[in-house]
Design a protein around this ligand. Structure first.
Ligand code: NZQ
Ligand code: ZN
Length: 385
């Protein structure tokens, strides 16, 4: 196992009707900016519960954060913060709203010319406004990590950044929110979570047994509970298991002390930036290619995954790898998510464009061994495997 520092201070308020409890979690006398998305919270009752909980505070609202939140929209919030002397941000939404809130929190203290440099030039976030979240869509883990992904529409760029300063103070996880989710978002949430686990698990072994078995536990839970949640989003226990899986998949725990890949995410973000495909769907397109193209360096872990998750045994390594990839594709498809570029009407020529963009930005030689270079990116996307 590698050396690691594990630090996560986000307080989780999990369970039925926990939104009311935020009253006691927000620092006294805070001037709150409530940040939300396109308005689903006004239809499913979450907005009313939040307003009830913060009614004794001075609060303002900033709505309209888009899925794949934009830099442009986030920047509008900075004026509202200045004008109203906001000192606490309350994000109510999915990964997009929480990520946008993190960028706004960092941008509010940014002293350089353009806060985009936090993303484009990896400028360190040294200070940020405090954040609390009410999660409405289990998927990204953003509610318990310090990461965010922001798009700059003008440049067709989608970039990630992170800082411990951006860990939420608290997050409410009420599984009842799953009931109002469109099926497509549940499909996305299950597959995004599964791939988060794979990015931290399917690398090379460092004999980290706790991390491996926790990762496998999350994947097995998703395989077991995913179909139940899709069949009946009001199944509270299934929703609770799905929700906690999503948070546990990306709160640093299973990634501590192990190598991490993240090349599938980097390539996937390019597909979203260029074609607007939902984040999780890009991962379902890219992961099978990553497994196949990088199979030599991932062989031991793919074999472990094949055996422990899918009960696959075989005569040769190639047979096992192929069977594991097929099972993974079948799982994504059974969750309603297609896995080929052509399923999204995207020409395979995008492979060259993405490889060039990533090379120009210096985003090549990625993955746990820095072996995913421009040729590998192309092969992964062309599906030449
Ligand atoms: O805009 P609203 O009205 O909130 O509607 C949203 C949105 O249209 C809707 N929704 C959310 N909760 C709902 C609901 N509709 C009905 N009932 C509810 N309870 O769902 C739609 C999608 O929401 P979004 O927040 O975009 O989805 P998700 O949580 O999947 O977030 C995706 C974003 O997170 C980034 C992705 O790149 C993408 O931009 N990620 C962030 C990560 C992180 N911070 O650690 C890691 C991930 O790998 C990912 O990259
Ligand atoms: Zn993801």
């Amino acid at each position: 196992m590698k050396n690691f520092v594990f630090y996560n201070h986000t307080k989780i308020l999990f369970g039925k009707d926990q939104i009311a409890a935020i009253t006691g979690e927000i620092p006294a006398d805070s001037r709150i900016l409530l940040i939300y998305g396109g308005g689903s919270i006004k239809e499913n009752g979450i907005y009313d519960q939040v307003i009830d909980a913060i009614s004794d505070f001075e609060y303002y609202e900033f709505g309209g954060i888009e899925p794949n939140p934009s830099y442009e929209k986030c920047m509008e919030a900075l004026d509202v913060i200045d004008e109203n002397e906001i000192d606490f941000l309350l994000a109510v939404g999915g990964g997009s709203v929480i990520d946008a809130t993190k960028f706004i929190a960092a941008a509010a203290f940014y002293e350089g010319e353009d806060p985009w440099d936090i993303l484009a030039h990896s400028e360190e976030v040294l200070e940020a406004l405090p954040i609390g979240t009410v999660l409405t869509l289990p998927a990204t883990g953003s509610e318990m990590n310090g990461s965010a992904v922001i798009s700059r529409l003008e440049y067709k760029e989608k970039l990630a950044f992170s800082s411990p300063e951006l860990l939420p103070l608290f997050s409410v996880l009420d599984p009842q929110v799953v009931e109002s989710l469109p099926k497509r978002q549940i499909e996305n949430g299950i597959v995004d979570t599964f791939v988060h686990v794979m990015e931290q698990y399917l690398t090379y072994s460092v004999d980290a047994k706790v991390q491996d078995r926790m990762a496998e536990g999350i994947m097995l839970t998703l395989i077991e509970e995913g179909p139940k949640v899709l069949a009946d989003p009001s199944n509270y226990n299934a929703a609770a298991n799905y929700m906690w899986s999503a948070t546990m998949a990306l709160n640093s725990l299973i990634g501590s002390g192990v190598p991490q890949d993240w090349s599938t995410h980097s390539i996937g973000h390019e597909i979203t930036a260029l074609h607007g495909v939902d984040h999780a769907r890009t991962l379902a397109i890219v992961l099978p290619g990553t497994m196949k193209v990088m199979k030599e360096s991932k062989k031991d872990k793919i074999t472990q995954y094949a055996q422990r998750i899918w009960g696959i045994t075989g005569n040769s390594d190639d047979e096992i790898v192929d069977a594991a990839i097929k099972k993974t594709i079948d799982f994504f498809e059974s969750m309603g998510i297609k896995t080929r570029l052509r399923d999204y009407y995207i020409p395979v020529t995008i492979a060259d464009e993405i490889a060039d963009r990533m090379e120009q930005r210096g985003d090549v030689n990625i993955g746990e061994n820095k072996l995913v270079g421009i040729d590998e990116i192309r092969k992964i996307l062309e599906g030449r495997y």
